[in-house]
Design a binder for this molecule. Sequence first.
Ligand SMILES: [Zn+2]
Length: 309
Amino acid sequence: MTVHALEPQPLAFRVRPQADECFDSWIDRVAAAHETTRPALFRHLGLETGLASMDLARGTCGLANEQYFAVYQMIGQLAWAVQIEPQQVEGTFLNVEASAVLPRRQRQYVCPRCWQQAWQDGRAPIIRKEWILRMSWRCRHHDFPLCRLPAVEGMMSERARRAWIDRALAKAENLRQGLDYRPRLIEWNAEGLDRLVRASRKRCKGEKQAYVDRFQANLFHFARDRIAMLALAHSRLGKATWGFERLVSLDLPEHPRREAMTLRPPTPSPRSWRIGKGRGPLRRYDGNVLDLVMTYAHLRVRRDAHGSS
Ligand SMILES: [Zn+2]
């Protein structure tokens, strides 16, 4: 194509997107392979530097005309840089509403078992497209809760990654054992994720649609432990998340202060909220409601201020 006639050489390391890998995961691996940053990589490829800071998880989805063309060109350029078809780059995008995707800084949830396997097989660990969806909280290959990666500058070192995998496995195992999933909700969750990944616009019926409405654009990321909250919401103790869901759906002026405790579900009584069933030591999930109210209110104020500026 003439567009590429004056371009530099393709990249030295042809890092290709893996099946189901999300855009950020792939492009960060490309940059890391060349020991550089995304802005420097884009500059090197003659791309507009502004593109490097754009949220590209949804590709050209929802973009204004001028941005659309810049991103469209970028796709061709990146594909050429690692010698793949543009469709393979497009395959890393999620064609969904913005509300279905986690906020950018939160797209750091992965399955420690998948990462352990990748490490054992000598493959690069990736963040799957499905894991950046708000509805996502467990790995369907391993029936295992996802874990948040630690915040680090650039890529994690091999050693740090191994240490993290060990810690994350223990933590997720602990959470998994204490839960008693509701199979129907787990099934609907998987179905909902498949629909989003495939960009199906078909509506569900009845209770299933109610489930989708409740979880597709959920606000559980406002919780300190999003995964545990979602896991609870899909377990037989689903009511334990009732107060939280109610809280985050309120408008700021309606926000309770000290009376936050009234956000508890009517039954069962809070004392009986616990993870696990049967005999043995009982564990309680501490939702930390007041902390949550403050955090949420703070975020809401900031968001509103940002919106009106
Ligand atoms: Zn997994």
